[in-house]
Every structure is written in structure tokens, then in C-alpha cells.
Design a protein around this ligand. Structure first.
Ligand SMILES: *Cc1c(COP(=O)(O)O)cnc(C)c1O
Length: 390
């Protein structure tokens, strides 16, 4: 019997090593990785620059403490501020922690405005994490069931519906922020429209609300821009990052600018591990490699190629209801639940995912090339067609 707490329905495979976009299981079978450990392995596996940087840092110093100055952390904050248009960064270790920091910031902002019960507007189908506050912000009953009482102070509206938010604004005096994923990942690769994003920015300005973008999955160049919101040319007050930031080394970040900057002082928030030397070195190397190797433009190009190829391959295929995404965040929606495609993919040597019951989700590493893209299409399309006609 396993001594691991039963929180994941795990597939019957374990991996021993990887190289680039390929990963090898303990039996020696090689898989094409079109998932990146859920948008984490930005640089693929065993990237020589990342391996060298981590090894060198491990040989110097892994951890000191946020009781001291940390050069690597300051350098990473500088880089992230420049890339995001933000002013300051809090470092933590995961996406839910980054969102916890964002939620605390928004509440703190509210209290400074003498709003006693600050409330954050959140979206249907949102995913923000598994801690008590972030599962309460998440728009999926399955994530919440059994964990009541939920954390108060969230108000849910439909995604991409500005009128719903305007209606909420008229009836509630306690709103302090709106929290949104520019591309919903777990919710099924749903894109916030440009009009919605710009309207939201305008509404937040009018109401003096903070705009919080959860970029944990869609950030770090995955959509073809450093941050998803940059496609619409908007600037949020808070953005959160994690998954792809360290290319496999755990690190999260909560970035603040505008009205959200300068709020926290010593004692308001903290993290023992957050922003340690190893994690910051991994993130700095990830960012530098994305820049040096042109991986952002590549994400855009390969993503477009993949979506076009899938659209051509599935043209007239009953059962495929939509193909959508941005950059290397791609969803193929079917007309039926298709969780079993994950196992079929595994048998065929493909790492893919299914989310929101019927959306095949692809999140390849940003080093994915044209050859890998064609191979993915050639191997995945028959799998889906066979499944639909079975
Ligand atoms: C994965 C995810 C989270 C949670 O991140 P963890 O590191 O698992 O805590 C939060 N928000 C979004 C958008 C995510 O995709």
C-alpha cells in the first residue's frame, strides 16, 4: 500500500529522465511532452543552461533567509518589474501562495480605504489554487466541496461579462478588486476577450478597484507575450506568476504596481523559502534563455501552427466542437467527456491532458519546434478521431 496521501488519480507511469521535449519512463519508453508538467517545464527537460546555472548555484549557496539581502532576488524582481510594467514583487513558492498574497494585498488595500468587509469579484470556471482562500476564489464546486466554511469576501460573476460586473458594482459597496485569468487554464482554455479586458481596466479605474491578473498558467511567455494581459495592452495592479517561472524549480511571485504598490510593510506578509537563491537563479536563467533563444516569438508561431493544423485536420469531424488558445496554451473541445484520451495518449507515447471534462489541453514546453508540432498533430489527431468514432 502506498504511503502517499491519495490526492491525485495518478497514471501508471513514472519517468526517469528527460531531454528537450522528450521524457523517458522507467521502462525506457520515450514520450513526446505536450504538457510540460502543466505549464511548468518552460525550457523542456535538462536544458543545459538551466542545469549549469542550478548546479553552480547549488555549489555556492542554496538558501539564506529573507532576514538578509538576497542579490539574486533583487535582480529577479528588477527583471520581472521591467517585463511586466509593475513596481514591486513578493516571492513565494507556488501559484496558490502568489494568489494568497494578491488576496491579502487587495484586502489590505480595502481596509486602508476603510472598507471593513472587502470583497473581490471572481469568475465562473476560475482556478486560483487549493489553499482555503484560493479554493474559495476558485469557480469549481468540486474544488470546494467538503471544505466549508469557505473564506468569505468573494463574489462570482460569469467570465467575459462586463455587464454582470457593472451590475455588481451598483449593488455592492464593498468591492475592492476583480481577479481574473486572461486565459483560463483549468477551466478549459477560455480566453478573456480584448474588449472585456479593456472594459475591466476602465471599470476598475472608475471604481478604484484593483485589477488582479492570475498569470500562474498563462504568464511567462506561454501565450506569446510575457504576460497574457499584454495582448490587450492593459496594465493590471497585481499579477501573479508561478508554474513556468522557474522551469521546474518551485517559485511563485506576486507583482504589484499602481494603487497596489507600496502597501505592505514588514510583518504584513512573508515566506521562509520564498525567493531563495536557488529558485531565483532558476527563474533568472529561464527568463534569460527565453530572451536569448527567442522562445516567446516561437510560442506564438508554433501555437498558431498547431491550431491551424488541428483545424485543418478536424475540419468536418463531428464531435470536435472548438479549437482555441493563444500561443502554446491550446484547447481542443469535444462534444463529450474525454478523460480516457490521457491514457490513450500515454500508450501512444504522448503526454497530454484533459481539463473541464471535455477539453484536450496542450501546454508544450516553449522550446517546442516545428518538427515536434507536426509530430504532435500526426499522432494526436488519429487518437481523437478513433476515440470519437468508437
Ligand atoms: C495551477 C494554478 C494555480 C495554483 O498553482 P499551485 O502552484 O498549484 O498552487 C493558480 N492559478 C492558476 C491560474 C493555475 O493554473
Amino acid at each position: 500500500m502506498s504511503h502517499i496521501m491519495n490526492t491525485y488519480a495518478r497514471l501508471p507511469v513514472a519517468f526517469s529522465h528527460g531531454q528537450g521535449c522528450r521524457i523517458t519512463d522507467t521502462e525506457g519508453k520515450v514520450y513526446l511532452d505536450a504538457l510540460s508538467g502543466i505549464a511548468v517545464s518552460t525550457l523542456g527537460h535538462a536544458h543545459p543552461k538551466l542545469v549549469a546555472a542550478i548546479a553552480a548555484q547549488a555549489g555556492r549557496l542554496l538558501h539564506t533567509s529573507n532576514l538578509y539581502q538576497i542579490r539574486e532576488q533583487e535582480e529577479l524582481a528588477d527583471r520581472l518589474a521591467a517585463l511586466s510594467g509593475m513596481e514591486e514583487v513578493f516571492f513565494c513558492n507556488s501559484g496558490c501562495e502568489a494568489n494568497e498574497a494578491a488576496i491579502k494585498l487587495a484586502r489590505y488595500y480595502g481596509h486602508k480605504k476603510e472598507i471593513e468587509m472587502p470583497t473581490i469579484i471572481v469568475m465562473e470556471k476560475a482556478f486560483h489554487g487549493r489553499t482555503m482562500a484560493t479554493l474559495s476564489a476558485t469557480g469549481n464546486r468540486k474544488t470546494q466541496a467538503g471544505f466549508e466554511p469557505l473564506v468569505h469576501g468573494f463574489l462570482r460573476v460569469p467570465y467575459n461579462d462586463l455587464d454582470a460586473i457593472r451590475a455588481v458594482a451598483e449593488h455592492h459597496q464593498n468591492i475592492v478588486a476583480v481577479m481574473v485569468e486572461i486565459v483560463q487554464g483549468e477551466g478549459g482554455i477560455n480566453l478573456a476577450s480584448v474588449e472585456f479586458q479593456r472594459g475591466l481596466r476602465q471599470l476598475c479605474d472608475e471604481q478604484e478597484w484593483l485589477l488582479i491578473c492570475d498569470e500562474v498558467q498563462c504568464g511567462m511567455a506561454r501565450t506569446g507575450k510575457w504576460f497574457g494581459y499584454q495582448h490587450a495592452g492593459i496594465q493590471p495592479d497585481i499579477a501573479t506568476l508561478a508554474k513556468g517561472l522557474g522551469s521546474g524549480v518551485p517559485i511563485g511571485a506576486c507583482l504589484a504596481g499602481g494603487r497596489a504598490a507600496g502597501l505592505f510593510g514588514p510583518g504584513n506578509h512573508g515566506s521562509t523559502f520564498g525567493g531563495n537563491l536557488l529558485a531565483c537563479t532558476a527563474a533568472l536563467t529561464t527568463i534569460a534563455t527565453i530572451e536569448q533563444d527567442g522562445l516567446m516569438a516561437r510560442a506564438e508561431r508554433i501555437g498558431t501552427l498547431l491550431r491551424q493544423s488541428f483545424k485543418e485536420a478536424f475540419a468536418g469531424t463531428p464531435g470536435v466542437t472548438d479549437i482555441r488558445g493563444q500561443g502554446l496554451m491550446i484547447g481542443i473541445e469535444l462534444d463529450r467527456p474525454c478523460g480516457q484520451l490521457v491514457q490513450k495518449g500515454l500508450e501512444a507515447g504522448l503526454l497530454i491532458n484533459v481539463t473541464a471534462d471535455k477539453v484536450v489541453r496542450l501546454l508544450p514546453p516553449l522550446i517546442f519546434g516545428e518538427g515536434e508540432a507536426r509530430e504532435l498533430v500526426e499522432r494526436l489527431v488519429p487518437l481523437i478521431k478513433d476515440f470519437l468514432s468508437a
